[in-house]
Write a protein that binds this ligand. Sequence first.
Ligand code: KE4
Length: 427
Amino acid sequence: MKNDLSEKLFAEALLHIPGGVNSPVRAFRGVGGHPFFVQRAKGARLVDADGNEFVDYVCTWGPSILGHAAKPVVDAVKHAADLGLSFGTPNPAEIKLAKKIKEWVPSVQKVRMCNSGTEATMSCLRLARGFTKRKKIIKFEGCYHGHVDSLLVAAGSGALTLGTPNSAGVPEELAALTIVLPYNDPEALSAAFATHGPDLAAVIIEPVPANAGLYLPKPGYLEALRKLCTQYGAVLIFDEVMTGFRLAKGGAQEIYGITPDLNAFGKVIGGGLPVGAFGGRSDIMDYLAPDGPVYQAGTLSGNPLAMAAGLAQLEELQAQDGFRKLDDLGRTLREAVGDLLKTLRRPWTFQQIGSMFCLYFCESPVHNLTDAKKADTAAFAKFFHAMLEEGVYLAPSQFEAGFLSLAHTEVEMEITLRAMAKALALP
Ligand code: KE4
């Protein structure tokens, strides 16, 4: 694969940008080699600076659920742009998107827009601490909630990929307020609540963890968590930045039938533009400035272009009966890949829910970070590059999830299976 121009661009990027990237996981440190530079994207395809075309299973880490540059979204942004790029005042589109989020996710009684998933989770934490007047929080090892100081403790995604799950620069006094538990371990949960319950402001969890690959909550686990939070008055925060508006209209909470107290959203609701949102119980949300004592703000929060993109994407998802189609796509991929993998002499585990998936190179099913870390990351790196050579772009780390979009058709499936057959046949 020709990559002269991407190599040239990367060399130049290294002169100006730390690691040559604006987000660490893009640097290919988890798989080796150098990242390619994308020139354009359409549907399920990316085209890089050297003209190589790839079937894209990263989907810009989730947002392009309709496929890249979906016409309804692009048209909505173009229309909004002609009316002004940012007002710094309320605009009608903010109300429309807020109402749509409330309509789709019943646990959201009030919602505030922000500019990233990180801002959304950070704001949920501050709100929970302000509301409960408590300091301690619980998170789960391997879960990633953006680069929030209190949550860069045993974090997943890029932090895990780089082996820095506990980031430098986070004061130990702050990290000490974050209790980290293993996921899918109800005993550890009960013990932590028995010890810290009265001091707990919040528990933040990815209901379906997708930042150490992808694994699912064991039956009853989320219910046990909900019950303990209610019993001790801790705010239950569902981080649905990845799963929200993707796994179902109402996100993972609709699938598992759990009502959190607060939610963090992002990705899909921005249609590819920078958007985050957080919302939930109005008695908690009303603690936010300007009404309440918990401060939170953002110059570009509710930006008219981002609102237009998010609204257009959600409306198109609904119009296309998108969630059913995405579930069908995920099932088809799992069945097709499963048949292929059965011929493989190397241990593997393919895990999938809806349009999210992960191929682990390890024997046993993955239920938590400890299991995920048994995966053979060297084998994954080899597989990643072999697939890239065949024109298929997977997430550049064993500890990330893959995504499908409504633009992934039989053609992409055919290309992917052919590529996998070749990649998996390599010694
Ligand atoms: P952002 O600040 O990157 O918009 O969202 C942070 C975030 C919060 N919560 C969950 C569950 C997330 O998955 C994320 C971000 N996801 C990563 C992919 N694993 C973004 C990719 C990156 O960091 O470049």
